[in-house]
Design a protein around this ligand. Structure first.
Ligand code: PGA
Length: 260
């Protein structure tokens, strides 16, 4: 694979699941099963609840493999009187490399707007991290034929001027809201079509090289059984995995599918 291709990535978003002990058990099952893949070209990112991060990371950092750690959210502010919030800098200072922004659960349960996402992306980049910016349409928006419009707006309001100023690290995750946690996966064609549209937007609005190198992940009911057919599609560079990342065997099989 040429260096100019997007990095292949599988990220496991545990959401608000697992006690610290269960988290430790899950990671200790995943690591030996993933040994070969972790030395290969797929970047594997674990995104546990924030409170587990420091202990899990220090427990396994001695292994020296390319396992990366992510966080599920961060504050749009850098510091100060924001009770309950965690800054991007706090996360990167304990070794978090990637931070999710604009996950549909944050957008729908916490009212996060594209503008708030943009602020978070700025904070993450300032702190030396890499945002994973989540975009995706609801079922109603898809049925009304508004997929392209909705995603274009999420990209434009969340990202565009940031990308034009100077290069920043970022990953995009396309997660149709109707596919998250529902068992209803987008077909490989539906996923590839939207991914192609996102890449086209990057080409038009930013540059050919940013479009060619940006990793675009698919998320929404990815399982070991459907990972192969999704990951072999044009413009699908990996996945953001929710439910199936809580089972070590399923998660590892998904990473392996991405490496093929
Ligand atoms: P799911 O979640 O795989 O359980 O559908 C994906 C996500 O929310 O990132």
């Amino acid at each position: 694979m040429s260096q100019n291709n997007p990095t292949r990535i599988v990220a496991g978003n545990w959401k608000m699941n697992t006690t610290p002990e269960e988290g430790k058990k899950l990671v200790s099952e995943i690591i030996p099963m993933l040994e070969d893949e972790l030395r290969g070209h797929v970047h594997t990112i674990l995104i546990p609840p924030t409170v587990h991060l420091a202990s899990l990371k220090s427990l396994f950092s001695s292994i020296g493999m390319t396992l990366l750690w992510g966080a599920q959210d961060c504050s749009a502010h850098s510091k100060g009187a924001f009770t309950g919030e965690i800054s991007a800098e706090m996360l990167t200072s304990i070794g978090v490399s990637h931070i999710l922004v604009g996950h549909s659960e944050r957008r729908s349960y916490h009212g996060e707007t594209n503008e708030m996402c943009r602020e978070k992306i700025v904070r993450i980049v300032e702190a030396g991290g890499c945002p994973i910016y989540c975009v995706g349409e609801t079922l109603q928006e898809r049925e009304e034929g508004r997929v392209e419009k909705v995603i274009e707006q999420q990209l434009r309001e969340g990202l565009s001027d940031l990308l034009r100023e100077s290069p920043i690290p970022f990953v995009i995750a396309y997660e149709p809201v109707w596919a998250i946690g529902t068992g209803k996966t987008a077909t490989p064609q539906q996923a590839s079509e939207v991914h192609g549209m996102i890449r086209e937007w990057l080409r038009d609005q930013v540059s050919n090289s940013v479009a060619a190198t940006t990793s675009i992940l698919y998320g929404g009911s990815v399982k070991a059984e459907n990972a192969d057919e999704l990951f072999c599609m044009p413009d699908v560079d990996g996945g953001l995995i929710g439910g199936a990342s809580l089972n070590s065997r399923s998660f590892v099989d998904i990473v392996k599918a991405c490496a093929r």
